[in-house]
Ligand binder design. Structure first.
Ligand SMILES: [Fe+2]
Length: 374
């Protein structure tokens, strides 16, 4: 079922979960999904039901957003600190651990063609985060309507449309893990959709020289829960589930959908070979990586997919992408589900709320960052 052009990334058709289907069809699709997720924690999905015209409209809107003058974009600034994780972050504003790598004044002065001063953990992208209007903790920060008419409505439309897909995919994942009824109910209950995050991203064209220290990485290798400092992850022969936590981006998820434009760059780590595999943009294919929360819920049966964004060879074009993070509610307890603990195995992760998990990672980040400074 894989693609001839891109044989290393398995593709699963999940239409059995997005339209009327038989129990047999759902089981077949879930079995294939299970097979793929156990390997590397990433998969390409077709049959997801995302309307192409809606996605095209959102990419066009995203381009209009990032084409705005900086002072206009800064009318919806991401606040200092960790929460809320919403609004606009300029280039260099976001680093692996927290906001604040550059303050708003620095952003305004920054030459987008000169990134030589950015440190390794600083992400060379601009982003705009959107969430549920009912999320009072991570509350949305909007541009004034006249700055970009229709932006708010379209952002919320796609947010909830993609959540419908997330609900279907969660059903597929639940079936693929063979959770029992109580476990399945619980896992559904802690995914209300209000903790998800829509992230509009723009990676500007940049001189390749600027990336020598990072092996041409636009966004270093990480899972959606952990960030690895090492620029050269190809040196890692395999990804260990017990890898020490180094720092984090606030990109934790149960699973993440990756919508991207025609420009390549997204890569997933194949744990068997230790090599990264290109997630080539293909019509109708939505890539998905497993995040740390599902890794924990599944007791490591599904590893969190390690991924990065590189600058494709001989390409200096901008890149737009739209990841969508499907997350558990902050106070939900995430623990290995008993059905995923095999005979002779043990729960590999302590129960923890998403909030505590996030905070512990944040503290680890501060320790690591302080160590680096001293
Ligand atoms: Fe990610």
């Amino acid at each position: 079922m894989g693609s001839l052009q891109n044989p290393s990334i398995p593709i699963v058709n999940l239409s059995a979960f997005t339209r009327d289907s038989t129990s047999y069809e759902r089981k077949q699709a879930a079995a294939k999904l299970s097979q793929c997720c156990r390997l590397n924690g990433f998969v390409g999905i077709t049959g997801h039901g995302m309307p192409t015209d809606l996605l095209d409209k959102v990419f066009a809107m995203s381009k209009r957003l990032f084409d705005l003058p900086l002072e206009e974009k800064l009318k919806a600034p991401h606040p200092e600190g960790w929460t809320p994780h919403r609004g606009y972050s300029g280039i260099g504003r976001e680093n692996g651990g927290a906001k604040g790598a550059l303050d708003a004044g620095d952003q305004a002065k920054m030459d987008p063609d000169d990134v030589s001063g950015l440190n390794m953990m600083t992400m060379k992208q601009e982003s705009y985060e959107v969430g549920s209007e009912y999320n009072k903790e991570d509350y949305n920060i909007w541009l004034p309507e006249e700055v970009l008419p229709g932006f708010r409505d379209l952002s919320l439309e796609i947010y909830w449309r993609v959540n419908e897909i997330a609900v279907a995919v969660l059903d597929a994942l639940i079936m693929s893990l063979e959770l029992n009824v109580e476990e399945a109910d619980y896992v559904r209950k802690i995914h209300t959709g209000h903790a998800n995050q829509l992230r509009l991203l723009h990676y500007p064209p940049m001189p390749r020289d600027a990336f020598k220290a990072e092996e041409h990485s636009r966004l270093g290798a990480h899972t959606d829960g952990r960030y690895d400092y090492h620029p050269s992850i190809t040196e890692m022969p395999s990804y260990s589930l017990s890898e020490p936590l180094l720092t984090t981006v606030r990109l934790n998820s149960t699973f993440t959908f990756d919508f991207q434009d025609a420009n390549q760059g997204l890569e997933f780590l194949d744990r068997q070979t230790g090599k990264f595999v290109e997630a080539r943009p293909k019509n109708g294919v939505m890539y998905m990586n497993i995040g740390d929360m599902l890794m924990r819920l599944s007791n490591g049966c599904y590893p969190a997919g390690t991924h990065r964004v590189i600058i494709p060879v001989a390409s200096r074009t901008p890149r737009y992408s739209i990841p969508y993070f499907v997350s558990v509610d902050p106070d939900a307890v995430v623990a290995p589900q008993a059905s995923c603990v095999g005979p002779g195995d043990r729960p590999r992760y302590e129960p923890i709320t998403f909030r505590d998990f996030r905070d512990e990672l944040f503290k680890a980040t501060q320790v690591r960052d302080n160590d680096q400074v001293s």
